[in-house]
Design a protein around this ligand. Structure first.
Ligand SMILES: Nc1ncnc2c1ncn2[C@@H]1O[C@H](COP(=O)(O)OP(=O)(O)OP(=O)(O)O)[C@@H](O)[C@H]1O
Length: 405
């Protein structure tokens, strides 16, 4: 499945100079970019939110690609613990404002580019002013409040935006545009409803993140920006690309515009939620974030605890108990009797079509978010009896550790 062919976001700028012909020779050799595409890139205004793990590769590749005006918004300073993945910054930058370090890095790549820095936090009060006037927004921030703010303000302004999210060895990337010139408009609320309740999703600081996953996801986000600016290839509009770095896989999860009747709990005025591989109405959901940074929780089918899963495993051989953890997570505290299907595979089109709609399904993961999201996908795929374990297998892992498993 691919997204719609979209027209270019940006009109071509002036003819290329001799220097530019030389610098962008490898782009010019590509029919998909060519001279017109390069002139569009040079004329483009792209705002990058966050100069951290995702923002670093995004800014590097957009600068190298010749995006003429780059905006950078970040209110943070560089810390030593950032250097493992925030490759825009070096040891000498520790303590500097990230926007200053990022601007220097962009200018080192190409001093001819314009860089606009905003060393403050994007919030409700300034979002319209900050996001207005850009051709495209690329969000490399790390929190739900900012993502949903960006989603809703971009929808109001009619601006497309590229989203990325990371956790541990997972990444998710997509393009959202509420009212695109071709294809169906979708936004973040179509995927996850709304932000999760506070404290339900662990941060990267707690959960860790593999540094190079930022590069994989950030490069995918930069690619989205290049395709949108040039009107070339197929973007991820209507799909979420789900990367499992430990498994070495990329999967596509289709996204559909939510039905008007499906109303979630939005943080700002707006319609409801809907996702999944078909157009049947989803159950009312409230959303949260996933193992990969974002998932959706669902009150339906919630099991009471690990003990209930163990009882089902012992007494109901007809129940399909699926462990959605990655192989390393599951290996640390295996759940005997459960079938292992890592979340990215489960959520893929192939994974969902392999489900038996008439077999009761129980979904478990590490902290509960992936299982809740997978439950929603499984129901949308037609499975009648789906249950999941809020809170995940953390309690089971403690038991396994105490037993010396
Ligand atoms: N609303 C916001 N406005 C401006 N910048 C933001 C906003 N929300 C997040 N950011 C920035 O987005 C970046 C996210 O990157 P990342 O998570 O890799 O970095 P980090 O917050 O430094 O990580 P860690 O929490 O591990 O120290 C951060 O630099 C953060 O300051």
């Amino acid at each position: 499945m691919t997204g719609p062919a979209l027209p270019p976001l940006v009109a071509p700028g002036p003819p290329l100079t001799t220097e530019q012909v030389s610098r962008y020779a490898r782009h010019l050799a590509l029919a998909e970019v060519g001279e017109a595409g390069q002139r569009r890139l040079l004329a483009a205004r792209v705002l990058v939110l966050g100069a951290g793990g995702l923002g670093s590769p995004v800014l590097q590749y957009l600068a190298a690609a010749g995006v003429g005006t780059l905006g950078v918004v970040d209110d943070d300073v560089v810390e030593a613990s950032n250097l493992q993945r925030q490759v825009l910054h070096g040891t000498a930058d520790v303590g500097r404002r990230k926007v200053d370090s990022a601007a220097d890095a962009v200018r080192a790549i190409d001093p001819a580019l314009r860089v606009e820095t905003h060393a403050f936090r994007l919030d409700d009060a300034n979002a319209h002013d900050v996001l207005r006037g850009w051709d495209l927004v690329v969000d490399g921030t790390d929190n739900f409040a900012t993502r949903y703010l960006v989603n809703d303000v971009c929808a109001e302004l009619g601006v497309p935006w590229v989203w990325g999210s990371l956790q541990r060895g997972h990444a998710q990337v997509s393009t959202f545009w509420s009212d695109p010139p071709a294809g169906e408009g979708v936004d973040l609320r179509d995927v996850f409803g709304g932000p999760p309740p506070d404290g339900t999703v662990a941060s990267c600081a707690v959960d860790g993140v593999l540094g190079a996953v930022c590069a994989a996801a950030g490069a995918a986000m930069a690619l989205e920006a290049v395709k949108l600016v040039c009107g070339t290839g197929r973007t991820l509009l209507g799909r979420v690309a789900v990367h499992d770095a430990f498994a070495g896989t990329w999967q596509d999860v289709p996204v559909r515009r939510r039905a008007a009747a499906d109303v979630p709990v939005p943080t700002r005025p707006g319609p409801g939620t809907r996702t999944g591989p078909d157009a049947r109405p989803a159950r009312a959901v409230r959303s949260v974030g996933v193992g990969a940074g974002t998932e959706t929780a669902d009150d339906d089918g919630a099991l009471s605890g690990v003990a209930e899963v163990l009882r089902l495993l012992a007494s109901r051989p007809d129940v399909d108990v699926v462990d959605l953890r990655d192989a390393p997570e599951a290996a640390a505290a295996p759940l005997p009797g459960a079938r292992s299907v890592p979340f990215a595979r489960f959520a893929s089109e192939q994974g969902l079509t392999e489900l038996d709609p008439d077999r009761p399904l129980v979904l478990v993961c590490r902290v509960g978010a992936r299982a809740a999201h997978a439950a929603r996908l499984a129901r949308a795929a037609g499975v009648h009896d789906v249950r999941h374990l809020p809170g995940g297998l953390a309690a089971w892992a403690r038991v396994a550790a105490a037993r010396g498993a």
